[in-house]
Design a protein around this ligand. Structure first.
Ligand SMILES: Cc1ncc(COP(=O)(O)O)c(C=O)c1O
Length: 411
């Protein structure tokens, strides 16, 4: 894994160069576009700080990245910033997820929800168009710990779902139970499966055992494709583990979703959809005639500044810088686990992730609320989670432990 770290100056220059290659609404006469720079009364472009603020500058220039820019034609008016989007997609695909170069299509989606649903939409249409399946013959398999974008996708796409139970302690899918559900689905006419594998889950940071799930589906001779939900763990797990299954080296993996607006701390609106080449065309809207190159995405218009923000963060760290940031967060998580163990508090934690999920008898609800721990269920919490992000410093954790030691537990 390697991508180069750029200096602040180089990042500025590259972004300004990209904006310069886009059509400029001020200097050129684009009278046919229903678009312009940001409203000048509110977002004035002669603010002096903008000369050194590449992201803000892109926002003011307001490029529209409508469509998908890793295949076919694209709107030529925003070609400069589209090239940065292509570069960040290629970094994620080849350097983080080990694809061969130019084998993955992708775009910056509104978030993990959209990136997930985009992948399901592509796969559903593939099964319908290539295998002549109807919606009742396609089912999505996901665990009870999976994010709610899975049922949302099932509902929107009109396909069936199989929700796999997980073990209370290990958070791993109960395979015998899944086998029964699969056989049941087959007996009711389901022929194709979209298997969602979590890299990692929202509440626990657990990572699904892909090898066992694949072995099960293969033993039943089922037709399936895997989508990896990396919206939470996509910028963590590949840096903390060496797991070739959760990469494009694994031929079963058809698509991966990521969220830069979580660990990467980029602005909201920065999900990333990665899909093997040759498939995104199943989601092409041929009626998108006014869009040069048509539209393969769920969203339509989207801000080019979001792509620039992700590109800037990736380049500001480089692969080594990002790896060491993740290492530091995991060290802090390890340390907190030791402290909790010393106090006899039970919790779940995946060794490669920065989430610790505590049983409610280990902590009072007032303490959990004081530190904004997130419950699995606001009505009746069975778990509270701590996410060791950038701002969750040793100092903050020390204060939390001191409060915990003051006896604010339920027990
Ligand atoms: C595992 C997982 N998938 C998908 C999502 C959805 O992401 P977003 O809120 O960006 O749509 C989340 C958000 O927390 C998540 O943790």
């Amino acid at each position: 894994m390697h991508w180069e770290k750029y200096s602040r100056q180089k990042i500025r220059d590259v972004v300004f160069d990209a904006i310069g290659k886009n059509l400029n609404y001020r200097d050129s006469p684009p009278i046919g576009l229903p678009a312009s720079y940001l409203d000048p009364r509110v977002f004035y472009s002669d603010a002096p700080f903008l000369a050194d603020a590449p992201y803000m500058n892109t926002m003011v220039a307001n490029p529209n990245h409508i469509g998908c820019h890793t295949l076919g034609d694209s709107e030529p008016v925003f070609s400069g910033t589209q090239a940065l989007e292509r570069e960040l997609i290629e970094i994620c695909a080849t350097q983080i997820f080990q694809a061969e170069s130019n084998t993955i299509d992708g775009y910056v989606a509104s978030g993990g929800t959209e990136a997930n649903i985009q992948a399901f939409w592509v796969m559903r249409n593939y099964f319908m168009q290539v295998h002549a399946a109807n919606q009742n013959e396609i089912a999505m398999i996901y665990s009870t710990d999976a994010h709610y974008s899975m049922p949302k996708g099932v509902n929107l796409l009109g396909i069936k779902s199989i929700v796999a139970k997980v073990n209370e302690e290990t958070r791993l899918i109960e395979l015998e139970d899944l086998k029964e559900s699969l056989l049941n689905a087959v007996s009711t006419g389901v022929e194709h499966f979209i298997l969602v594998m979590n890299m990692s889950t929202t509440m626990f940071g657990s990572v699904d055992d892909m090898a066992s799930a694949v072995e099960l589906l293969e033993s039943l001779d089922l037709s399936f494709k895997i989508h990896v939900d990396g919206a939470y763990g996509g910028f963590i797990y590949p840096f903390s583990s060496d797991d070739p299954l959760y990469s494009f080296r694994n031929p079963h993996v058809h698509s991966i979703s990521l969220d830069a607006h979580k660990m990467l701390q980029s602005p909201y609106g920065t999900g990333i959809a990665l899909i093997r080449k040759g498939f995104i065309s199943y989601a092409m809207t041929k009626e998108a005639n006014y869009v040069k190159g048509k539209d393969y995405t769920l969203i339509g218009s989207r801000s080019g500044a979001n792509a620039v923000a992700i590109w800037m963060i990736l380049r500001a760290y480089g692969s080594e810088g990002w790896r060491s940031k993740i290492e530091e967060l995991l060290d802090r998580t390890d340390w907190l686990c030791i402290q909790l163990k010393k106090r006899g508090i039970s919790f779940y934690r995946h060794a490669n992730m920065n989430i610790i999920t505590i049983r409610p008898d280990g902590i009072s609800s007032s303490l959990a609320e004081k530190y904004f721990l997130v419950p699995d269920d606001h009505e009746s919490p069975s778990w509270w989670k701590i996410v060791v992000m950038d701002h969750v410093t040793e100092g903050v954790l020390d204060r939390f432990l001191m409060d915990l030691d003051k006896g604010q537990t339920n027990g």
